[in-house]
Design a protein around this ligand. Structure first.
Ligand SMILES: [Fe+2]
Length: 269
C-alpha cells in the first residue's frame, strides 16, 4: 500500500512497485552530521503519528525493556509531542558517549553504514512511517531510529560495542566471517535480551519497535540461549517471522568483551 510523499517522507513505491525505503543508498557525498541536520517540514498528521507511536510504546516498555534502555530514554528527554530535532538528539548523545547523529535519506549501503558506526556516528532517518504503518514498516523510519536505537547509544559500554561492530565490519574481507558478524549484529543490536536484576529484559530495537515481537520475545515460545559469539554467529535468522531463538547477555561489559574476543580471533580488531 502506498501513501503520497510529504515534505519529509519519501515516496513508498517506485514505478516497478518496490519500496524505495528498502533500497540501500550508496553515498556519493558525506551525510550532514549534528548541527548540520535541518528539521524537515513535517505535516500535522506526521507529528500525530509520532505521538501515537510514543504512547503505544511507553505502555509496553515497563517491565519488558532493559533498565539500560529506559535510563537512556529518560536521559535523552525526547520530545513526545513532535518528532525530535536530530541536531538536539545528537548534542545529547555527544555529551553522554561522544556519539553524533548523521541524517540519512534511508537505508544505507552496509559499507557506508558501518563506516559511520566506526566513527561513532549513527546514521538516522528523519522521515516517519505513514498512519497505516503504525504496527509495521518494512524499512527503518525515525521512530525506529530515534526512539528505538539512540537510548542504548547513551550507555557507555553499548556505545563502545557499537563502534567496534563498525570497525570490525570495515576490516572484514571474508564473506563467511561477515555473515557471522551480521548475525551477531542482528541478535544483539536488533534482537538482544539482557539479564537485569528484575529478570530478562529487551534491549534489541527490532523487538522494541514491534509490540507483537515484544510480547513474543519474553514468552516461553522462544528458546533463550546465553550469548556466545561463536554460537550466535552460527545461528541463521529469518527476517519474516518471529524469532524462535534469542541470545541473552549478562551485561553490556560482557557483550563488549565477548565481541572483542571474537573479533580479535578473526583479526578484525
Ligand atoms: Fe534498526
Amino acid at each position: 500500500m502506498s501513501t503520497p510523499p510529504s515534505a519529509s517522507r519519501p515516496a513508498t513505491t517506485t514505478p516497478d512497485g518496490s519500496d524505495p525505503r528498502c533500497i540501500p543508498h550508496k553515498l556519493t557525498a558525506p551525510l550532514p552530521v549534528g548541527a548540520e541536520c535541518a528539521y524537515p517540514a513535517y505535516t500535522a498528521d506526521e507529528q500525530a503519528v509520532w505521538r501515537a507511536l510514543c504512547v503505544r510504546m511507553e505502555e509496553l516498555l515497563p517491565g519488558r525493556a532493559a533498565d539500560e534502555f529506559l535510563t537512556g530514554l529518560q536521559a535523552l528527554q525526547l520530545d513526545r509531542d513532535r518528532v525530535p530535532v536530530l541536531a538536539d538528539v545528537s548534542r545529547r548523545l555527544q555529551r553522554a558517549t561522544g556519539w553524533q547523529i548523521a541524517r540519512t535519506p534511508g537505508l544505507l549501503d552496509a559499507h557506508d553504514f558501518f563506516g559511520y558506526l566506526a566513527q561513532r556516528i549513527f546514521p538516522c532517518t528523519d522521515y516517519i512511517r505513514g498512519r497505516h504503518e503504525l504496527d509495521y514498516t518494512p524499512a527503518p523510519d525515525c521512530f525506529h531510529d530515534i526512539f528505538g536505537h539512540t537510548p542504548m547509544i547513551m550507555h557507555p559500554r553499548f556505545a563502545d560495542f557499537y563502534q567496534k561492530i563498525g570497525q570490525a565490519a570495515r576490516a572484514c574481507q571474508d564473506p563467511a566471517v561477515e555473515e557471522g558478524l551480521t548475525r551477531i549484529y542482528w541478535f544483539t543490536v536488533e534482537f538482544g535480551l539482557v539479564r537485569n536484576p528484575g529478570g530478562l529484559r529487551i534491549f534489541g530495537n527490532g523487538i522494541i519497535s514491534s509490540s507483537g515481537e515484544t510480547l513474543h520475545s519474553l514468552s516461553d515460545q522462544v528458546e533463550k540461549r546465553p550469548f556466545v559469539p561463536e554460537k550466535t554467529a552460527a545461528q541463521p535468522y529469518d527476517i519474516w517471522h518471529y524469532q524462535d531463538v534469542l541470545w541473552v547477555v549478562d551485561s553490556f561489559d560482557q557483550l563488549e568483551a565477548e565481541f572483542v574476543r571474537w573479533a580479535r580471533s578473526h583479526r578484525l580488531l
